[in-house]
Every structure is written in structure tokens, then in C-alpha cells.
Design a binder for this molecule. Sequence first.
Ligand code: TXA
Ligand code: MG
Length: 324
Amino acid sequence: MATASDIEKAAEVLRTGGLVALPTETVYGLGANAEDPAAVARIFQVKGRPPSHPLIVHIGGAEHLDEWVEEVPATARLLAGHFWPGPLTLVLRRGRRVPLEATGGLETVAVRVPDHPVALALLSAFGGGVTAPSANRFGSVSPTTADHVRAELGDAVDFVLDGGSCGVGVESTIVDVTGETPSILRPGGVTREDLEAVLGCPIEVPSTSHVRVPGQHPSHYAPRARVVLVEPEEVVAEAGRAQEEGHQVGVFLPAASADAPVKAHAVVTLPESLDAYARGLYGFLRELDQQGCDLIVASLPAEQGLGLAIANRLRRAAGPRSSQ
Ligand code: TXA
Ligand code: MG
């Protein structure tokens, strides 16, 4: 676990243009000083991410929001007041302080206040904003432990702050509040139902976005193994079939089928609660990769509550690959 002196060191690394991996409640981020274009450029280089893909600026509290954006509509204040610190990212009009390098050239900026004591301590010690995408290579599975970050990025990061396992496990919900009505650009840790309860009206989840959103690329959040999605009651049969065909099959076994005999190389029995499923999701995918599976058979949960974000990530993990 990160100590007070680790936090000080990490803040100094940010001040001198370095990269710090930091824990948040969702996933680990790869952070740089948001106002340092050269440091921001290094994030893209280390991740292998195209520079046109915008980053999230992490700030220490809702009271700093006006420093980073041009205008804060009432809806944004309402959502920030309700969900920050927490797994909600708001897209707003870019303030002067945010360099275009951080927004991929967009005139809007994504901002959030993470709900993790280590991230908040770092933001407070550093004093500025920290741009941080998830601390994984472009397209692959987001890290939810400091070990995942070290295994994936190694020496490319100047300092890794260890804050234990991430409690939410899937990325933040991104809500665009620049238009007439708010819309969800990426489902995540704050549920659609919770947003609607606070807004008092239904909120759109468009299937495609007019902005370039890396999280919306078909093959994102993907393990090495190919992911195949089938109906929940088909999982066991499909796994057996693929294993017989010679695949090293990994299975996401629905809790309801926990007692079924499964023919497969490796089995993850899914937790019943969606909270636990979201928390474990990326770790399960990594685990099946590590066990040498070349195919993962899974099904989608009902798209309610955190099920919406889990289903979104599984669909993208199963999406077409450009390089395979
Ligand atoms: O939970 C999270 O959001 C994590 C932690 C580290 O905070 N971060 C994260 O960052 O998932 P990243 O870079 O992997 O995903 C950021 C998402 C991308 O889909 C990006 O396109 C979107 O935010 N985004 C950033 N700025 C945007 C903008 N101005 N307009 C629309 N989407 C934006
Ligand atoms: Mg990411």
C-alpha cells in the first residue's frame, strides 16, 4: 500500500513531467500532469494509443470543476454534487487550462473526481489536474491491481502507487452534458438507473457516438483469447464442443450453472452479485489468458444496473480484432 512518502514522490514525478500509475475505485490509471503537453504525449506513446483519442482529467474535488471547464450547466452541477467523488465522468466544454493534447483536439473535456483515498491524496499533494487513461496498452484489458500495471507497462511508468484492488472494477460512466439533454457515452460504475433517479428523467445510451471514443471501438477491453458470447443456458454445451474441437477453453460459468459438469481447460464460476462480477471481470479475463486459454465462452448478464457496463465490456472483448 502506498505510504505518505510514496504520495510525495509520486507528486514530484508528476511535477517533473513523469508518469505515475495510480489506483482509482474503477481501474488503475496512467497519470500525467494535465497541463504538461509533453507528459501527456508520453501517455499516448506508452499506451500505444492514437493521439486523437481524448483523456479524462482527474481533479481533487467538485469545487475545482470551474477551473477546468468553460461553463458548468446546472445538470453537471447536480450530477457532480451527487456522484463525486465516484465513478462518473462528465464531458463539458474545455477550459483554457486544458491543452488540446489532452482532449485529442476536441473543444470538450472529460473530468472526474475519483473515489479512492490514494488518488485523492495524490491530487491534493500535486495540486493540479491529472490526465489518466486506464493503465493498459491500447485495446487490452484494464488493470485492477498494481501488479497488473507492473506486468503490462513495466519500466514505461516512472512510479506505481499501490492502492490494492479496485473496488468497482469497471471504468467510470461517461455522461455528455454539453447538449440539451445528457447522454451516456460509456456505461460504467454509476448505473443508468441511479443517474435517472437523480435527473428525474430517462437518459439516452446511444449505441454510437459522434465523437471518437476509444472505449467504443469494437475490439476494446480484449484479452488475448478470443471471446465467444452465447445464451446463458448454452455456455456449458458450447464450451464442451469447442474443447472437443481442440481449443483450450476458458468458461465464464453463470452462477445458476455452478453445479453443472463442464468440459473445459479452465472455469471461472461467476459471482451472483453484479457488484462482485464487475469487480472481478478484468481479473477473470486476465486469469484465463494466463492459464493459456485461446477461447473464452461467456454470456451476457441482464443489462440492468452494473449489468449494462459488464455486457458492454464483454461485447467489446468479443468484437472483431484488427490484428488477429
Ligand atoms: O474509470 C475511468 O474512467 C478510468 C480511470 C483511470 O479514471 N479511466 C479511463 O480512461 O477509463 P480511458 O482513457 O481508458 O477512457 C476514457 C474515455 C474514452 O472512451 C474517451 O474517448 C472518453 O473517455 N473521453 C475523454 N474525453 C472525451 C470527450 N471530450 N468527449 C467524449 N469522450 C471523451
Ligand atoms: Mg481504457
